[in-house]
Design a protein around this ligand. Structure first.
Ligand code: NAP
Ligand code: MG
Length: 402
């Protein structure tokens, strides 16, 4: 069989620990035999980040801006223990944080749904994708403890010297206050990323805030989304047969629980933090969550939602067998290859990505899976496979399909 050709390089960001081991097996067994893989390789493994003073992370993000699509392996975010373990020159920042700051995007997380791994919420038939605004609000807030009686105010001094004041509270005893902000430009980027992703994936978009209580702050989020939707997206949504729908956050939560799934739920920063953990655990497993960063300019970076699975890696180093789930990492590759195929008009590449995803799901639905899934599946007669043999089983399923 002739290998599938690629025209534009895909930005490949290698990573750390167990996911780095899986990365190589996935490439060797599932990709290289079928595709003339054209990647620009960046080694974001911690050793190489340290050797390059983290320049490699910045370079990989700029390359994503140049070519448009990246696939990333999970990476270590250093802490004190990693400083000693890797003899680091500095406690390098989280690569995801660096990449996100350069691409200015929104992260979309979606569960991979397979028969036999049922969500806790029995009416959820399709995945629910969470889009979390990744800037501001309580994550960039200033806080103060109030020692006793006194007056707390919000004060804004304009560049021209004009002053706006708003009373927060006349305290007559101890208390607490908090000041937070957001930027209209960041909210607009968030809105466009969400509308673009909804069009891309042909799913409805839900957005919710508490605008009835927060008449200026949350209401601004609601207004910006609506203005951009009406001016730039309404016609395209109508044509695609999808809907944009705004409601109150409490109503949204109630509707999500009763829904069948199959839509994107855009969340403010805090709501997204909390709700994405609820959605991922209710769907079954972190190892079955995909994650893609979409920039407002239309750049894409695909990855798995989980980390480097350190505990499994230490077992692997001791020569013990591991059963680490590679599904989310495989789907990071298929997501990136499909997007490359769409952008470069390479139907064979897009079709291959679809088939590899199908083969992965079929393998699990046939009862062949890693230990984390075997523990939660409703299927009977399950075969628990080690990390490598699970990928080899997917290869067999894929070859039968091709
Ligand atoms: P983790 O790597 O996500 O793993 C936590 C636990 O979840 C594992 O010990 C394992 O449970 C289970 N798990 C996660 N993924 C799995 C998979 N694919 N297959 C089977 N089980 C899986 O999180 P962590 O241990 O907290 O973090 C390890 C490193 O990853 C840290 O250095 C952190 O900085 C980094 N990290 C990176 C990213 C990223 O690059 N996007 C995200 C998060 C964390 P059992 O041990 O019970 O089997
Ligand atoms: Mg959280």
């Amino acid at each position: 069989m002739e290998k599938i050709k690629m025209t534009t390089p895909l930005v490949e960001m290698d990573g750390d620990e167990m996911t780095r081991i899986l990365w190589k097996i996935i490439k060797d067994d599932l990709l290289l035999p079928f595709i003339d893989l054209n990647t620009e390789y960046y080694d974001l493994g911690l050793e190489h980040r340290n050797a390059t003073d983290d320049k490699v992370t910045f370079d990989s993000a700029y390359a994503t801006k140049k070519y448009g699509v990246a696939v990333k392996c999970a990476t270590i975010t250093p802490n004190a223990a990693r400083m000693t373990e890797y003899d680091l020159k500095e406690m390098w920042k989280s690569p995801n944080g660096t990449i996100r700051a350069i691409l200015d995007g929104t992260v979309f997380r979606a569960p991979i749904v397979v028969k036999g791994i049922e969500p806790c919420v029995k009416n959820w038939e399709k995945p629910i994708t969470i889009a979390r605004h990744a800037y501001g609000d309580v994550y960039k807030a200033s806080e103060m403890k109030i020692p006793g009686a006194g007056r707390a105010e919000l004060v804004f001094t304009g560049a021209d010297g004009t002053v706006q004041r708003e009373l927060i509270h006349e305290f007559d005893s101890e208390g607490i206050i908090q000041g937070m902000h957001n930027i209209n430009g960041s909210i607009a980027s968030f809105a466009r990323s969400c509308f673009n992703y909804a069009l891309d994936t042909k799913q409805d978009l839900w957005f919710a805030t508490k605008d009835t209580i927060s008449k200026k702050y949350d209401h601004t989020f609601k207004d910006i989304f609506q203005e951009i939707f009406d001016a730039e997206y309404k016609d395209r949504f109508d044509k695609a047969g999808i809907e944009y729908f705004y409601t109150l956050i409490d109503d949204a939560v109630a509707r999500v629980m009763k829904s069948k799934g199959g839509y994107i739920w855009a969340c403010k920063n805090y709501d997204g933090d909390v709700m994405s953990d609820m959605i991922s655990s209710a769907f079954g497993s972190l190892a079955m969550m995909t994650s893609v960063l979409v920039s407002p300019e239309g750049f894409y970076e695909y990855e798995a939602a989980h980390g480097t699975v350190q505990r499994h890696y230490y077992k692997h180093l001791k020569g013990e067998e591991t059963s680490t789930n590679s599904v989310a990492t495989i789907f990071a590759w298929t997501g990136a290859l499909r997007k490359r195929g769409e952008l470069d008009n390479l139907p064979d590449l897009t079709a291959f990505a679809d088939k590899l995803e199908k083969a992965t799901i079929q393998t699990i639905e046939a009862g062949k899976m890693t230990k984390d899934l075997a523990l939660i599946t409703k299927l009977e007669n399950v075969t628990v496979l080690n990390s490598e043999n699970f990928i080899k089983e997917i290869r067999k399923t894929l070859e039968n399909m091709l």
